[in-house]
Write a protein that binds this ligand. Structure first.
Ligand SMILES: C[S@@+](CC[C@H](N)C(=O)[O-])C[C@H]1O[C@@H](n2cnc3c(N)ncnc32)[C@H](O)[C@@H]1O
Length: 274
C-alpha cells in the first residue's frame, strides 16, 4: 500500500481499503483498482473529519451501523468528472437522429453527474426543434445525491461554459450578479426540459417511463465488470424502441455483448431486439 507509511491524520490500513472496496462494489457495482488506496483515503478523510472520528476502522463501523451514512459514503467515492458537450461528436449524431426520427419521445441520460450532459442534450433538442417546449422527455439520473442537487440547481462557475458559442451562452444561461458573480445559471426554459431522478444502475429495478428512444450512458460502465455491464445493457435494451440508439463513452466497448447491442458508429450502438 502506498499510503499507510506516511504520517496520516486517520489510521488507515490495507484491510480498511479492502473493506471500503467490498462495500462500494456491493452497493454500486463500482470496482476500484488496487492503485486507488490514496484516492479512497483523501475522499473519505473529509467525511471522517466531519463526523469527528479518528480511524478508518471506526468510520467503517459507523457506516455499517447508520443506514443514512450509505449515501455520504457513495457520494464521497463516485468520480463525477463531466463537462458541457463532452465528447462533442455525439451531439450532431443526436441532432441527426431527431431529424430522421420525428417520433422520438424520450431520452435518458443514465449517469448525469452535475448536469452538464443532460443540459447539453436539452440544448441540442431545443436547437433541433427551434424551441424549448419540444415534445421530448429528457430524464437524467445518477446514484450520487449531491451531484443531482447541483444538476437541479443548474448553477455553474462561468469557466464551465467557456467552450460554448456566444449564441449558446446567451440563449441558455443567465449570468449571476452580487454573491453569484462569476457563476451562470441555466435559464428556466432549459431547466424545465430535464427531470432528474436518483437511480442506481446496478440495482436493475428502475421504474422509468418507457419506451426510451435514446440512452446516453457515458463514462460510467467503465467502473463496472463485464458481467454487470451486460446485465445493465440487457435491462436498458428491454426498455428501448427497436430503432433506438445507445450512446457510450469513449473508452467503453461492448464488442463482447453483440447479442445485446451492435455498434453503429463511433461509440454509438443500436439495441438488438428480437
Ligand atoms: C465520470 S461521471 C460521467 C458523467 C457523464 N456521463 C459524462 O460522461 O460526462 C460517472 C457518473 O456515474 C455515476 N455512477 C457511478 N456508479 C453509478 C451507479 N451504480 N448508478 C448510477 N450512476 C452511477 C457517478 O455518480 C458519476 O456521476
Amino acid at each position: 500500500m502506498t499510503n499507510v507509511t506516511k504520517k496520516q491524520e486517520f489510521a488507515y490500513s490495507q484491510q480498511d481499503f479492502q473493506h471500503v472496496r467490498d462495500i462500494l462494489y456491493k452497493k454500486t457495482g463500482i470496482q476500484l483498482a488496487d492503485s486507488k488506496d490514496s484516492m479512497v483515503y483523501s475522499r473519505l478523510a473529509r467525511r471522517i473529519r466531519e463526523l469527528k472520528l479518528t480511524t478508518f476502522a471506526e468510520y467503517l463501523q459507523y457506516l455499517l451501523s447508520h443506514d443514512e451514512e450509505e449515501q455520504h459514503f457513495i457520494n464521497s467515492l463516485t468520480t463525477n468528472l463531466t463537462s458541457f458537450f463532452r465528447e462533442a461528436h455525439h451531439f450532431p449524431v443526436l441532432k441527426r437522429y431527431l431529424q430522421e426520427m420525428p417520433d422520438t419521445k424520450r431520452i435518458w441520460c443514465a449517469a448525469s453527474s452535475t448536469g452538464e450532459e443532460p443540459y447539453s442534450i436539452a440544448m441540442t433538442v431545443a436547437e433541433s426543434f427551434g424551441r424549448f417546449d419540444a415534445p421530448i422527455e429528457i430524464i437524467a439520473s445518477d446514484i450520487d445525491s449531491k451531484v443531482l442537487q447541483t444538476a437541479r440547481d443548474g448553477i455553474y462557475p462561468i469557466e464551465r461554459i467557456e467552450g460554448l458559442t456566444q449564441e449558446q451562452k446567451k440563449r441558455y444561461f443567465k449570468k449571476g450578479t452580487g454573491t453569484n458573480a462569476g457563476k451562470v445559471r441555466v435559464v428556466p426554459e432549459l431547466a424545465k426540459m430535464v427531470s432528474f431522478t436518483q437511480l442506481n444502475l446496478t440495482s436493475l429495478n428502475w421504474q422509468l417511463p418507457s419506451p426510451i428512444d435514446i440512452i446516453f450512458c457515458r463514462n460510467v460502465m467503465i467502473y463496472f465488470d463485464k458481467e454487470t455491464q451486460v446485465r445493465i445493457l440487457e435491462r436498458m435494451v428491454s426498455l428501448m424502441t427497436k430503432k433506438g440508439i445507445y450512446v457510450a463513452g469513449h473508452s467503453e466497448n461492448f464488442a463482447a455483448a453483440e447479442h445485446v447491442v451492435k455498434l453503429l458508429g463511433k461509440t454509438v450502438y443500436k439495441p438488438v431486439k428480437r
